[in-house]
Design a protein around this ligand. Structure first.
Ligand code: G1P
Ligand code: ZN
Length: 543
């Protein structure tokens, strides 16, 4: 086994985005040293010699090959141990579970999350720190700085390592442990939720349809729902991870999880439909002909914590990303809980969770989670819902409607304009920024803009400042419009427009959000000049 020092030239574009370094799969495959450089930059930043790491990915195209490169580089860089998921698989939440359980120095996740996979799709690599969460900006910036000055990387010249069987192997001083990717995760879920109650719900005939979208969560869902909880055989569909996700788009939303949505809106729909994304951290929950908005979902999870074994002792506080609707704030206010508003991206919840300031947190983008790990967690969210259903005996729709009656409804929608020319998207945002000061006072129909700013955040724990996190426009009646550019796309720019309006009157709560928000949607287009800047007259995806 020979250690090679391979001379390389640094890249200028390896700055991690909202969630790691994400590029077209072909960029990783066809640009010599592209993956190796980034991995060496991580290793240099954390000084990997004698450290222990968790390693795995969502099984997408190039997962297997990248995993071998990383293992060989970890051995050459003298890591103490790498804990690998069998067949190179680990969901993102499971990596977080393992880092915390075995107190490793961090972990590497191979995934581009909800972005399509395959040779024409996306690939990504993300570093998580010892708390189990995505590296904070101080670390990702340090990785980026390393990546810009690399002159060589280290790799061993050796045959591929067998990761198909669980067990321990040694290579030089480095231990490679191949683990069952599901067990520790499923055990943790069993500790947090009332499996007895959920089991009896299934025994009474409750029907769940869980769509793993041919991505990583299939084996997890199979073990938890069908084996441990006794749900009907066939509850899990598209349950075998495939390199190209079998052609499915691994994003659980109303547009992309089409088959599940059709099933749930058909006359004989099951009692609950649920899905997760490529790497298992997102969730979508549906009842028969009923969609649970993710912003409502996190508020409902928080409102019902007394019913759930792992949380019944109380919540220390809650947090949501700025763009997420303020439904969670209403719950926090009524229950006397501290609540926080962070920029987009899970990494901002990490310090609040570590400091014990919050127990639950969530984002509008189909993400919810808690202090059990430092990632959002798709199956956790679905189990939390099942726990509430089992304890209340109510349907999903009844739970949501009762929630609106108690706390009021936040009509909410997100309009995405994908694949816009980068210059046009920047132009739109720059134009908004220039006009910020002149927006307050502007009258629009009966409404009036009372506040407009460029969201900046100071972490209450680390005091790290993050600027430029989206334009917020607030209205007299409490409505909000938010504009921001995505930090996870790999092609062109994606403009996200988030719209929210509060309706306390129960008799007006059962409208279609697109109708309830129609005026605001029009105003959002006018204020930002969306059609003029982007050349688009309609969004690509509406959630
Ligand atoms: C998107 C979501 C964000 C989420 C991230 C990673 O980021 O909006 O909430 O944390 O994916 O799943 P964006 O593309 O908006 O930067
Ligand atoms: Zn994801």
């Amino acid at each position: 086994m020979e250690i090679k020092l391979v001379p390389t030239t640094a890249f200028e574009d390896q700055k991690p985005g909202t969630s790691g370094l994400r590029k077209k799969t072909k960029v990783f495959m066809e640009t010599p040293n592209y993956l190796e450089n980034f991995v060496q930059a991580i290793f240099n930043t954390i000084d990997v010699k004698d450290k222990t790491l968790v390693l795995g990915g969502d099984g997408r195209f190039y997962n297997k090959e990248a995993l071998q490169v990383i293992l060989k580089m970890a051995i050459a860089n003298e890591a103490r141990e790498v804990k690998v998921g069998r067949d190179g698989l680990f969901s993102t939440p499971a990596v977080s579970v393992e880092i915390r359980k075995y107190q490793t120095d961090g972990g590497i996740i191979l995934s581009a999350s909800h972005n399509p996979g395959g040779i024409e799709g996306d690939f990504g690599i993300k570093f998580n720190t010892a708390n189990g969460g995505p590296a904070p900006e101080s670390v990702t910036n340090a990785i980026f700085e390393q990546s810009k000055k690399l002159t060589f990387y280290k790799i061993t010249d050796m045959p591929d390592i067998d990761v198909s069987r669980e067990g321990v192997q040694f290579f030089g001083d480095t231990k490679v442990t191949v683990m069952n990717p599901v067990t520790d995760y499923a055990d943790l879920m069993e500790n947090l939720f009332d499996f007895e109650a959920i089991r009896s719900l299934f025994q009474k005939g409750f029907r769940l349809r869980y769509d793993a979208l041919n991505a990583v969560t299939g084996p997890y869902a199979q073990e938890i729902f069908e084996e441990r909880l006794g749900a009907f055989a066939g509850t899990v569909v598209h349950g075998v991870p495939k390199e190209d996700f079998g052609g499915l788009h691994p994003d659980p939303n109303l547009t992309y999880a089409k088959e599940l949505v059709e099933t749930m809106y058909a006359p004989d729909a099951p009692d609950m439909g649920a899905a997760s994304d490529g790497d298992g951290d997102r969730n979508m929950v549906l009842g028969p002909s009923f969609f649970v908005n993710p912003s409502d979902s996190i508020a409902i999870l928080a409102a019902n914590y007394e019913l759930v074994k792992g949380y019944a002792q109380g919540l220390s506080g809650v947090a949501r990303s700025m763009a997420t609707s303020r439904a969670l704030d209403k719950v926090a206010d009524q229950k006397g809980l501290a609540h926080y508003e962070t920029p987009t991206g899970w990494k901002f919840f990490g310090s609040l969770l570590d400091a014990g300031k919050i127990t639950l947190c969530g984002e509008e983008s189909f993400g919810a989670g808690s202090s059990h790990i430092r990632e959002k967690d798709g199956l956790w969210s679905i189990l939390y819902w099942l726990n509430i259903l089992a304890k209340t005996g109510l349907s999903i729709k009844e739970i949501v409607q009762q929630h609106w009656q108690t706390y009021g409804r936040h009509f909410y929608t997100r309009h995405d304009y994908e694949g816009i020319e980068v210059e046009r998207a920047k132009g739109l945002m720059d134009n908004l920024k220039r006009r910020l000061a002149s927006l307050p006072g502007m009258r629009l129909k009966e409404n009036e803009i009372t506040w407009a700013d460029d969201f900046a955040y100071t972490d209450p724990v680390t005091h790290e400042m993050t600027l430029d996190q989206g334009i917020r426009v607030l209205f007299k009646d409490g409505s909000r419009i938010i504009y921001r550019l995505s930090g996870t796309g790999t092609q062109g720019a994606t403009l996200r427009v988030y719209l929210e309006k509060y309706e306390p009157d129960a008799s007006k709560q059962n409208q279609d959000p697109q109708k309830a928000l129609a005026d605001l949607i029009k105003i959002a287009g006018d204020i930002a000049g969306i059609a003029a800047f982007t050349g688009r007259t309609a969004p690509t995806v509406i959630t």
